[in-house]
Write a protein that binds this ligand. Structure first.
Ligand code: KG4
Ligand code: ZN
Length: 354
């Protein structure tokens, strides 16, 4: 079979990214233009600014991706683009760009689900990884525990009821004066702190029983493996308030480490329960929070203890990038998925919806 070259485009939040991926697993280029510095001024992502910056950057980023890969638009076999979920204005920039290139070059257009992209980052890093496997997708907008039944086919076991894990990192970082982006800053600060200094609560939605697992199989909106992070976030805020009211000093590194440990415990516990209940042999993590040092270490240990093969992308492929979109688009391409010229940005796109 001839090589399949796909241009992946990603603009769902605050990264403008383009990548050329060969045969789904070989990344020829991976260009990411981050807007972090711009949004730091405001303590978080400002959607209108994000959209404008995407417009400014997207052509440049695509040109660089093609150059680095040593190809031209004429060499491509398809264009893959994130069309949801994400910020509507930001998504629209990528979708419009992808449509324009695909139309002009008469190439197939493939709309990609952002979470499917995150999962696919693991295929790049691990050439041997194939479905089925259990995957926990932990990002700024999502926390999902899914069984990847086949390429592009997911059974959702659990999702967050309130905040996403990354959102909790970002909010707590702001509260303890670390600022945006919270995840990497807490990761770093926590290295000097004691994870057992403060006992923050762990929220567990389900209990680990076989009946529960069977129940979960048949019911779409199951609760057994759901996540909740808002209680933990409130506990941190209450702790800070209490310290302030009583004139007690608090230690930034200890709060960061103790909060992080609570998140890690919840993420590890849910994943290991599901792996056991569903007799999974392989487990992967994905999404921005999967770059977290403490989480990677804890997951590795838990997987060893539970005889699970553990897969995780390198940090640059955990946070938003277009290589993961190119890879996801490749498998969609193989299964014959093609988007029409009416492809639109879908900010609340659910996993599994097409
Ligand atoms: O996957 P991603 O780049 O964007 C979304 O799809 O949301 O994830 C961004 C999230 C942010 O909340 C960020 O704080 C978090 O991932 N994050 C981290 C780390 N690096 C990024 N959280 C914890 N530790 C990290 N090292
Ligand atoms: Zn993402």
């Amino acid at each position: 079979m001839d090589d399949i070259l796909i241009l992946g485009i990603e603009s769902s939040c605050d990264e403008t990214a383009a990548s050329v991926v060969k045969n789904g697993r070989e990344v020829l280029s991976n260009v990411i233009s981050s807007q972090i510095d711009l949004h730091t001024l405001y303590g978080g992502v400002v959607p209108e600014i994000a959209s404008r910056k995407h417009i400014e950057k997207i052509n440049q980023v695509i040109t660089m991706a093609l150059q680095e890969a040593g190809v031209t638009l004429d060499d491509l076999d398809a264009i893959g683009v994130t069309y949801g979920p994400g910020l509507v204005g930001a998504l629209l920039v990528g979708v419009a760009e992808a449509k324009a290139i695909a139309y002009a070059k008469k190439l197939p257009l493939i709309g990609v689900h952002h979470i499917e992209g995150h999962v696919s980052a693991n295929y790049i890093e691990h050439p041997d990884l194939e479905p089925p496997f259990l995957c926990e997708i932990i990002s700024g907008g999502h926390t999902h525990l899914v069984i990847v039944k086949d390429y592009g086919e997911f059974e959702i076991l659990g999702r967050t009821r309130d905040d996403a894990a990354g959102e909790a990192f970002d909010k707590v970082a702001r509260a303890i004066g670390l600022g945006y982006p919270g995840g990497p800053k807490i990761d770093k600060a926590a290295r000097d702190g004691d994870p057992e200094a403060i006992s923050f609560p762990r929220t567990h939605m389900g209990v680990s029983t076989r009946a529960n697992a069977t129940y979960a199989r048949g019911v779409h909106d199951t609760e057994a493996y759901d996540f909740s992070f808002s209680g933990l976030k409130s506990a941190v805020l209450n702790y800070l308030n209490k310290c302030q009211m009583t004139g007690q000093e608090w230690n930034q590194a200890d709060v960061a480490a103790s909060f992080q440990q609570a998140v890690v415990d919840m993420l590890v516990d849910n994943a290991m329960r599901a792996a056991k209940d569903y007799h999974m042999k392989k487990f992967a993590i994905a999404g921005g929070v999967a770059a977290n040092t403490a989480l990677r270490k804890a997951m590795k240990e838990a997987c060893e203890a539970n005889h699970l093969e553990f897969y995780y992308p390198s940090p640059i492929l955990c946070t938003d990038n277009a290589a993961m979109i190119g890879t996801a688009a490749y498998y969609e391409y193989l299964r014959g998925a093609r988007s029409g010229w009416d492809l639109n940005a879908v900010p609340n796109l659910k996993l599994g919806e097409r």
